[in-house]
Each structure stands twice: as structure tokens, then as C-alpha cells.
Design a protein around this ligand. Structure first.
Ligand code: BG6
Length: 473
């Protein structure tokens, strides 16, 4: 639907930007921090760095946060490294780690920004991973205790809490993100048992948050890639619906409605991968209610009906936007309407609006965008600035769709693109950059790590200052 005029963004709209601890902080073993699964990794894609130094945000957070404030951001989304707070996941607390996030949150608030805290972003304490990870009920208990410490320490300063970043990615790309080291059916069974553990942990933490912090708001943060059918053939539609259920709605239905999506559950039973559900689990899941749904959006996906043979296994896209079919379930398809970025990820701004509508129609909960952005091999220009017009174009086209979603009646709380500053990507090291702020380091040569604002940061500042009106210019 076209509109004669579009609304301006609400005055309390959370214009923000995002990072995650292990990708930005560095200082991987300083001040008592314990190892996470990301620190324990011994292999990285060829030619890419580990996470030991990252963007050195741990030491330079004041300068970074000041630059984000200068951009006029209203919010900064970051994650807390569990192993800074509790080095082995469930043992003694580490005061130095607790103090660091007090300082970070204070700096964010001093810049007039709202801290949005992700409690867990791909960095499970290694000690817990060695004891079975999320499949072990002790990890669930440990997460509830970790959350309790966060609420106790930061509850007076933080309103917005995100439980788990991209639980669905940790299940779908379990090997890459360090969720499992097993293979084949054994890995799948382990992953879906861990998935159940994460659902329980999330539910208990949401309940606990509401009991202890009545003014706080808490929600899940999955990666949602709405799935299109390749054609209007009904069989393609069923394939798309199946994959939407397994990839997307499994996670949001559990978080919001407190029950397994029936198509996703039927798939797990069919495969023999359904988790064991202990007595009382379903009651806990049903009792938890999020205040909003946060989601990360990079692109849609497109699938076709399966042929029932090995040709179903073909692969499209790359990294966590990669889609690989399953025999008898769906076949990955190209979407000829969509361009791809330099890393093979499709670009679909209109799909963003489709995704807003789908989530809003299903749940009628406010939506908070916690990631969206363009990874690119940025270069500093001769004037010392990154002229990232390609990123401006990407962001503009996505923000325009948020405005349309608002006109459609969707309640959108805010937009926090990935990423606030350059950091290490999950697949392509430091060479793939997303930030508004450039960090002067190479893949292995740390250089001087100097910060400088990219052109996109000035453009975004104007959008924020004008409440989106500059998009019309
Ligand atoms: C999301 C993750 O999946 O995508 C981030 O939450 C990640 O951690 C981002 O960095 C971009 O993906 P990539 O692979 O380009 O870093």
C-alpha cells in the first residue's frame, strides 16, 4: 500500500546502534575475566583474527561512547560478557567485571543515551560449555543467577533488557558459533536439547525480571528472515511456511506464547530430534511474557518445494544468511528480485516491512530492531574519512521501510543498526566492517586503533535530529 504522506518518527523512538561484547571489547583475559566459548576457539576462518583484542572497546569505551553521543544516538545496545561477571559461569562473582559495566552504563547515560543490555550474545562461559552447555539444567540455573546479578547491579539504570541474541542462529549454525562440537544426528539432538534449555532460561529470566524490576522491559532477540515461496505454487507455499515455522516462529512462538510451534514440533518429532521436556517446563514457558520482541534483520530468504532427493540440499547465500535445503522439506532458491552485497547476502528493504507486519500480526507486541546493517570492506579516503555512501544507501532504504511499517500501524520502539563501531564479524574477521565509527586496525596489525567517524555517522545524525524528515530531502 502507498500512502499520500508518511508519519514522522515518534519523539521517543530509540535511534541507536549495536555491538556485542566478544566482538568489540577485547581484553579477553583481563581483570579476572574467564574464558568463553569464543575465547576457547582454536580455529578461525583462514586469514581472520581471533577475538582477543577486537576493537579494544574495553579500554576505549569512554571515547567510543562519547562519539556515539556526539552522533546524537538515543540508545546504545551492547552485551555483557557473562565471564567478566562470573568467570566460570556459576562460581564466584568478579567485582572488576561488575564495575566495568557500571562505568560503561554510566558513560552511556551521561551521553543522554538509553542503555539496551543484551544478557547473552554467543559467549557462553567455556566452563559451562564443557559441562554440556545449555543441555545441562545447571547452565539454565547459572543463567538465572547471572541475570539476578545484572538486575541487582544495573536494574536502577537499565530499562531495556534482551535475553538471548539470535538463539536461532546458535542452533542453526551450532558448529560455527560454538554451540556444539558434535556431528550429524547426534549434533541435532544436542542442539535442540540446548535450544530447550535456552527457552527455559529465557522464560525464567523474564519472569524474574518482572518480579524484581517492575519498571523494566524485557524481550527475546532472534534473527528473523521472513521466508518467501519461490513461486505461487501451493507446494512452494507449504515449503516456505514450513521453513518460516522452523527458522523463525519456533523462537518467537515459544518466547511469546510459551509453547512449541506445532509445525516446528512435528518436524522435530519426524527427525527424531525433539528435546526431552521435564515436568513443569511447559508451565514455566507458559508463564513468561515478554514486553516487546527485539529482532535482527538482514534479509529475507526464498525457498521452493523439495524434490525429495539430494538436489534439495543445494545451498544459497552465505554465513548466517546461508540457506541450505533439507531433503523432503524445502529447497533453497534464488530471489531474482534482490541484489546481493559483496559477501553474498541478499538486500531486501521491502522484506523488512514484510517482517514487521508478520511479527506484528502474530503477536501485537512492540518491535525493537536490534540489528540491521551492511558489512563492507571500507577504506579510508585520502581525507582520512570512510565515504560509505553504499552504507548510507542501505540504511536509508531500510529506515524508509520502518516509516512505512509505522504507517501500517506497527508499533516500532526503535532501530539499532549493526554496528556502532567497527568490530570483528562472526565469519570474516575485522576486514568486514559495519560500524558508523572506523577503527584503524588491520586484520592482524593492530596499528593505532584510532577512531574516526564515517560519512554514514553524519548522515545518521541528521536523520535522528530531524526525526526522519531528512529522508524526504
Ligand atoms: C548477527 C550477529 O547474526 O549478525 C552478530 O548477532 C553478527 O554477532 C552480525 O556480527 C553480522 O554477521 P557477520 O557474520 O557479518 O558478522
Amino acid at each position: 500500500m502507498d500512502y499520500r504522506s508518511l508519519p514522522v518518527f515518534p519523539t521517543n523512538f530509540l535511534w541507536g546502534a549495536s555491538t556485542s561484547a566478544y566482538q568489540v571489547e577485547g581484553a579477553w583475559n583481563e581483570d579476572g575475566k574467564g574464558p568463553s566459548v569464543q575465547d576457547a576457539r582454536t580455529s578461525f576462518p583462514e586469514g581472520t583474527t581471533d577475538y582477543k583484542v577486537a576493537a579494544d572497546h574495553y579500554h576505549r569505551y569512554q571515547e567510543d561512547v562519547a562519539m556515539l553521543g556526539e552522533m546524537g544516538l538515543k540508545a546504545y545496545r551492547f552485551s555483557v560478557a557473562w565471564t567478566r561477571i562470573i568467570p566460570d559461569g556459576d562460581g564466584p562473582e568478579n567485582q572488576a567485571g561488575i564495575d566495568f559495566y557500571h562505568r560503561l552504563i554510566d558513560a552511556i547515560i551521561a551521553q543522554g543515551m538509553e542503555p539496551i543490555v543484551t544478557m547473552y550474545h554467543f559467549d557462553l562461559p567455556q566452563a559451562l560449555a564443557e559441562r554440556g552447555g545449555w543441555a545441562n539444567p545447571q547452565t539454565v540455573d547459572a543463567f538465572v543467577r547471572f541475570a539476578d546479578i545484572l538486575f541487582r547491579e544495573y536494574g536502577e539504570k537499565v530499562t531495556y533488557w534482551l535475553t538471548i541474541n539470535e538463539q536461532n542462529m546458535m542452533i542453526m549454525y551450532g558448529k560455527m558459533l560454538g554451540t556444539t562440537s558434535l556431528s550429524g544426528d547426534e549434533a541435532q539432538r544436542d542442539l535442540f536439547q540446548q535450544n530447550h534449555g535456552m527457552f527455559l532460561a529465557q522464560a525464567r529470566v523474564m519472569i524474574h525480571c518482572h518480579e524484581t524490576l517492575p519498571g523494566a522491559k524485557i524481550g527475546p532477540a532472534p534473527n528473523i528472515a521472513y521466508v518467501y515461496p519461490e513461486t505461487c505454487a501451493p507446494q512452494d507455499m507449504i515449503a516456505a511456511d514450513d521453513w518460516n515455522s522452523i527458522r523463525n516462529w519456533l523462537y518467537t512462538d515459544l518466547a511469546v506464547r510459551g509453547r512449541y510451534n506445532s509445525v516446528a514440533w512435528a518436524y522435530l518429532v519426524e527427525k527424531g530430534w525433539q528435546p526431552e521436556i521435564a515436568e513443569g517446563d511447559m508451565e514455566i514457558l507458559a508463564a513468561a511474557k515478554p514486553d516487546f520482541i527485539a529482532f535482527n534483520y538482514y534479509a529475507t530468504q526464498t525457498v521452493a518445494a523439495p524434490s525429495g532427493d539430494a538436489s534439495d540440499l543445494r545451498q544459497r547465500g552465505a554465513d548466517q544468511q546461508m540457506i541450505r535445503g533439507e531433503i523432503g522439506l524445502y529447497k533453497a532458491a534464488d530471489n531474482p528480485n534482490l541484489p546481493k552485497n559483496a559477501f553474498g547476502w541478499e538486500i531486501d528493504p521491502v522484506g523488512f516491512r514484510v517482517t514487521f507486519r508478520a511479527l506484528w500480526d502474530r503477536y501485537h507486541l512492540p518491535l525493537l530492531v536490534t540489528e540491521n546493517g551492511l558489512g563492507a570492506r571500507d577504506e579510508l579516503g585520502e581525507d582520512g574519512m570512510v565515504h560509505d555512501d553504499y552504507r548510507i544507501d542501505y540504511l536509508r532504504r531500510h529506515i524508509e521501510q520502518i516509516r512505512l511499517a509505522l504507517a501500517d500501524g506497527v508499533d516500532v520502539l526503535g532501530y539499532c543498526p549493526w554496528s556502532a563501531i567497527d568490530l570483528i564479524s562472526t565469519h570474516q574477521g575485522f576486514g568486514k566492517r559495519y560500524g558508523f565509527i572506523h577503527v584503524n586496525r588491520g586484520e592482524f596489525d593492530l596499528m593505532d586503533m584510532a577512531r574516526s567517524r564515517k560519512l554514514s555517522s553524519y548522515w545518521y545524525q541528521e536523520v535522528i535530529e530531524s526525526q526522519g524528515a531528512s529522508l524526504d530531502g
